[in-house]
Design a protein around this ligand. Sequence first.
Ligand code: 5AD
Ligand code: SF4
Length: 463
Amino acid sequence: MNVYDSDRMIDLLKPLGYELTEEPSEADIAILNTCHIREKAEQKVYSDLGRLKLQQDQRRLEGNDMLIGVGGCVGQAEGAEIIKQAPYVSMVFGPQTYHRLPEMIAQLVRQKDANSKKRSRGLVDTDFPIESKFDSLTPPTISPASAFLAIQEGCDKFCTFCVVPYTRGAEFSRPALEIIEDAKRLVSLGAVEITLLGQNVNAYHGAAPYASVHGKNEWGLARLIQELSNIEGLKRIRYTTSHPRDVDQDLIDAHRDIPQLMPFIHLPVQSGSDRILEAMNRKHSAKDYLKIIELFKKAREDIAFSSDFIIGFPGETDADHKATLALIEEVKFGQAYSFKYSVRPGTPAGAMELQVEEKVKSMRLHELQHLLGDHQLSFNKSKIGTIQPVLFDRKAKLEGQMLGKTPYMQSVPMMIPERLFGKIVDVKIEDGYAGSLAGSIVTEEYIGNINPSHNGQEREIPV
Ligand code: 5AD
Ligand code: SF4
């Protein structure tokens, strides 16, 4: 979501004459779009600010200036405190106020002109606005082959470990027509894949022009995806991040019925222990989660999953940890993210007793990541001998190499002709590693790779 927000900020600043630079020393404005989800991410903001200050000093020596802004969830949570600690920062704003960036910059420039050489005061804009920021955003003017599209924001779930409901605010769904317009635009600009974004993307319930089968003038995620699948040229649809509680039968059926919908779902479970799930306020059990996985698999047998895990939530015992390992063993995730629990200010879990020792967290994390890694490797290896449609949409680490993604988000770094950049290409998978696949191109021809039988996503090579 932060990547999406940063792109919107770029779009907002373009009409003012700004353009993106990869080189901080060239920047008239530097904005840190920050994350507050764990303490480590927050600490990074202050060290990054320290580095920017050096660039700002250097530019001033050369007679230029650099406005420094802090946006995102750290901006939202810390507000004026940031300017207190780093007085060289001139604007602080949150994820719901960045649409006012042009006004903030204009105000700072005016202040600076009026005070000539004097430092202007910093601006802090972190109120949650009544109007939706989406109404003020400019439509995208460029698009990568794989584009993000925010459809929902914020969260009302209040998991006890999480800052998101406080920093992103209440749940909000964008009207369906607005999303469809944005999606059409992205496709016309070159997107072949769109990932629908939301903190609780499957809680989506946007105003719609006409009623869905359930009678309300509101669409759920499945209905929206169905509509988006009619857009000519849109080959792949994904959505992230989902909450198990908001998975409904329509969404499960969509994976059976809509070939463009990729067979890979990020569905965080956080823990496999019911005791911990309850303390986390997740409002579902491990069994509920496994049931959902089973229903998805029934709808589409080649579906795969990724998840998030929090290790060492307050009160987590060895038995709770084992329950998480057992759930992992059962689902066998294709990919997963795991984090040590990090105390977040103002959240209920931060004040809970029985915080788990750092040493124990590290041991459990190591064990869990080992198991997840084994499963990811087997999953990757299970694709050896198949043909996968791979979307090459970005540069890989090595010079001349492109990075592609299979329907299951597996990375395929390959040397490919430049004309295939941004295209979906059939690749015969020849090897699978911990974090990537290797293969060779079967056909250079762009064939779209959508087979209504679904088997087109993964075909055995005839011997
Ligand atoms: N500590 C560790 N991980 C956290 N997450 C959210 N809050 C915390 C926290 N306090 C993780 C969850 C969530 C992901 C985005 O970040 O697993 O799904
Ligand atoms: Fe945070 Fe997700 Fe829980 Fe919302 S549902 S509080 S965003 S972890």
